[in-house]
Design a protein around this ligand. Structure first.
Ligand SMILES: Cc1cc2nc3c(=O)[nH]c(=O)nc-3n(C[C@H](O)[C@H](O)[C@H](O)COP(=O)(O)OP(=O)(O)OC[C@H]3O[C@@H](n4cnc5c(N)ncnc54)[C@H](O)[C@@H]3O)c2cc1C
Length: 598
């Protein structure tokens, strides 16, 4: 099995050269200390942890999985020690609120670390990101008292967090949840109900687990507007953040046996008059939870992309070494019985498709993370507003498109290895199994597409897309006179025109037929994803040309990027035409078939 190597050169190229993160951070008071040197040091350290601490327990963790016994969940060998090292390294508080012991690092940086952790060991990474998401929600919405009582320990990594939304009958449609919260005399609440599929709901990595739970008061309005958010600790905590020794009435009924991420505990959690504290305002729980969900959704795109990177590393190395068949144009390796499979155009197609999608997915994730940071830290209201609009548009696409393309890349990696990709030894079948969930949880990809099409496009009459179009046009204006970009820029112009025309067409179609929204949503998400990948590749190639012209950078890396970008424009981007045609076909062919005819 090939070992994972943190792709620091590609990450640094995007972060430093394409996005010029250090300049952006220097312009915001809360991030001005995040210099290029600091980022490099943190990324290198995260790379070492990924390679040396997390990757070595990935395959064994998959084989052992988590074990449930009478409410107690045991993680695989090595996970406890790795989590302790992670906590001691200060990683749990990396993006945390500095007033409560966090380090205040921006998401643009931490997203790269998440990608590496997901590549190396997705199950482990899930414990980490759930805690980060929970702390963010507490930091944004909880009272000062709750913040000071819980955040420092969660940032230290001694306690971890969860997100308890799903119930057996309520997944996508959270308005139907039944978990009840009844007010107690002391201002806290008694929570009763069952949550399922709760990641890290119970485990042995930390001494306490802090659940963020969606529930309804008995007299709450029906549907999503009656949902409130509560903090429910596994062990009760006094005002000085010490454990009182008293166990709260929240228990783990069982864990799921599932396709992948086997070392991540997916728990049934039973709340029986468990004591909880309100986070944010009553009946505004779903909106408050969305603080966390925008960050978590970004993480799911990163998960599949990270696993794709790990598969690509193994597959590209394998393709250089495995010899089968002869190159169509004559032997490249006449002294041996066959040539390396890398000579075959179809193997190159698979590797280049993987590489093109991974790099664009990483860039899109950075672009979305940058908007999250700008929306949070920038001093100028107008800049913040624009970033918020881009967050709203980009997050559902990043979540769905990166996880779809990431999963697909994992399958391609398996294919490059032939039968050796199907057996466990090389780890590629594990990557396929581990990546698959990213398309499902945090809102299935079909729901992300609906969110994009309905709320984020039709309901605002394409206003959010216009913000993205402005960004694209600014880039086009900057590149207009660059000779090397002359043959490249038309691809972007064509993609931009296609998404604008398709958006207008759907907005019109939806006026006459409500099913048009749902019918167009998935191919529209894919078309916008493809357009964004095109935008990202244009930025990557333009930067590579700039560096080449200046005699800067690594010549092999730059040439490889320009050629991969060219592959994307000429062989992958044409899929946009098929997607536009699919959308134009409308809802009729989908809705014509009667239930009995399925
Ligand atoms: C391993 C794992 C870990 C998880 N971790 C957590 C966690 O930590 N916390 C938590 O709260 N939950 C968690 N979940 C739950 C996960 O978020 C849900 O499974 C997911 O949101 C989908 O809900 P569902 O499974 O009930 O599917 P359903 O809601 O029943 O949907 C089934 C299908 O119908 C489609 N569909 C549903 N409604 C519509 C609609 N209106 N329009 C079009 N299509 C629709 C969906 O896209 C999907 O394809 C986890 C799940 C798994 C498997």
């Amino acid at each position: 099995m090939a070992s994972y190597r943190a792709p620091l050169a590609d990450i640094q190229f995007l972060l430093g050269e394409v996005f010029k993160a250090d300049e952006i951070f220097a312009g915001m008071a809360e991030t001005e200390e995040v210099t290029a040197d600091l980022m490099t040091a943190i990324l290198e350290e995260a790379g070492k942890i990924s390679e040396g601490l997390l990757a070595p327990i990935n395959q064994s963790g998959d084989q052992t999985g988590c074990v449930w016994n009478d409410g107690v969940v045991t993680t695989p060998d090595g996970f406890r020690e790795a989590y302790q090292a992670y906590a001691e390294g200060g990683w749990a508080g990396l993006t945390g609120n500095v007033d409560f012991g966090g380090q205040g690092m921006p998401k643009l940086l931490s997203a790269q670390i998440e990608e590496m952790f997901f590549s190396a060991n997705s199950s482990f990474a899930l414990y980490a990101i759930l805690n980060t998401g929970a702390t963010l929600t507490i930091s944004e919405h909880a009272s000062e008292e709750l913040k000071s009582r819980y955040l420092p320990k969660m940032y230290e990594g001694g306690w971890s967090g969860t997100m308890c939304l799903t119930e057996p009958h309520a997944g996508t449609d959270l308005g139907m949840i039944r978990t009840k919260a009844v007010p107690r005399d002391d201002g806290s609440y008694s929570l009763t109900g069952t949550k399922i599929f709760i990641t890290a709901g119970e485990h042995d990595l930390t001494e306490n687990i802090i659940h963020l739970v969606l529930a309804k008061l008995p007299d709450a309005p029906p549907g999503p507007k009656g949902i409130s958010l509560f903090l429910v600790p596994k062990f009760l905590v006094d005002t000085d953040s010490n454990l009182t020794g008293e166990r709260n009435n929240v228990t783990c009924g069982s864990i799921e046996h599932k396709m992948g991420i086997k070392a991540s505990a997916t728990c049934v959690m039973n709340f029986e008059e468990a004591q909880g504290w309100l986070v944010g305002e009553l009946n505004n729980g779903l909106a408050n939870m969305f603080t966390m969900m925008n960050y978590e959704r970004l993480s799911m795109g990163l998960q599949a992309n990270g696993l794709a990177e790990s598969s690509y590393q193994t597959a590209s190395e394998y393709a250089r070494e495995r010899i089968q068949g002869r190159a169509p144009g004559g032997a490249t390796n006449p002294d041996k019985a066959a040539d390396p499979i890398l000579v075959h155009p179809d193997v190159r197609r698979m590797l280049l498709t993987m590489r093109a999608n991974i790099m664009a997915g990483r860039a899109l994730s950075m672009y979305a993370a940058l908007q999250l940071d700008t929306a949070r830290f920038h001093a100028d209201d107008a800049v913040r507003k624009k970033a918020q609009q881009l967050v709203a548009l980009l997050i559902p696409v990043q979540k769905a498109y990166c996880s779809d393309r990431g999963f697909e890349a994992c399958v391609l990696g398996q294919q490059v290895l032939g039968g050796h990709g199907y057996v466990a030894e090389w780890g590629l079948e594990q990557n396929v199994r581990d990546a698959r969930i990213a398309q499902i949880y945090e809102g299935a990809n079909g729901i992300q597409a609906l969110d994009l099409m309905g709320r984020k496009t039709i309901r605002c009459n394409g206003e959010l897309l216009n913000v993205l179009v402005q960004e694209i046009e600014e880039f086009q204006a900057q590149q207009r006179d660059v000779a090397a970009m002359e043959p490249i820029l038309p691809y972007l112009e064509q993609s931009k025109q296609r998404i604008i025309a398709t958006t207008e067409q759907i907005i019109q179609q939806a006026e006459d037929d409500a099913d048009e929204v749902g019918a167009a949503s998935y191919p529209y998400m894919e078309l916008l994803g493809l357009t964004l990948y095109c935008f990202m590749w244009q930025r990557i190639v333009a930067t590579a040309f700039e560096q080449q012209a200046a005699g800067a950078g690594n010549a092999v890396q730059l040439a490889g990027l320009i050629k991969t970008g060219t592959y994307f424009f000429s062989r992958m981007l044409p899929k946009g035409e098929a997607l536009a045609a699919e959308i134009a076909a409308g809802a009729e062919p989908l809705m014509a078939i009667a239930e009995a005819e399925f």
